[in-house]
Structure formats: C-alpha cells, structure tokens
Design a protein. Structure first.
Length: 80
C-alpha cells in the first residue's frame, strides 16, 4: 500500500474514532492504520535504498534480515 493511501486511511480512522467518541490513541482501527502507515514508509525507503545499493554479502544480508525478524521489545536497549 502506498504512503499516500496509508495516510488517508489513518486520517479516516481517526475521524471515525472521534465520531464514535473513542480516543484515537486506543482505537483498534487507528492502531492498525498507524502500523500500515509505518510499514508503507519503511517499504518505500527500503525499496529506494535497495535499488541503489551494491550487492550485499550473505553476512550483511543476515544482519539486516535479523532486524526485521526482531520484535520491537527485543530491540529496545540492545545497545545498537
């Protein structure tokens, strides 16, 4: 999904949550839309970098893959 579309979906989800009298910060639809927007931004950036980067070694590929497999709580404070 594109960043523009994801932003639009997030805006609509926030408006809908407010219309229902819910706090957007805790609304499941808003949280899903925020995750989708984050994924779209990351995907767009990674695609741009990969398109211009030289071929990575298998070790470099493994290190980068590990970043995507790690949970957010595992990355917090890991010293990297």
């Amino acid at each position: 999904m594109s960043v523009v579309l994801s932003r639009s979906i997030l805006g609509n989800a926030v408006k809908a949550a407010k219309g229902r009298g819910q706090e957007p910060e805790t609304d499941p639809a808003v949280l899903d839309a925020r995750r989708s927007l984050a994924e779209a931004k990351i995907s767009a950036y990674v695609a741009q970098v990969v398109a211009t980067a030289p071929t990575l070694s298998p070790e470099q590929q493994s290190r980068l893959s590990a970043l995507f497999r790690a949970s957010p709580s595992a990355r917090v404070g890991d010293g990297r």
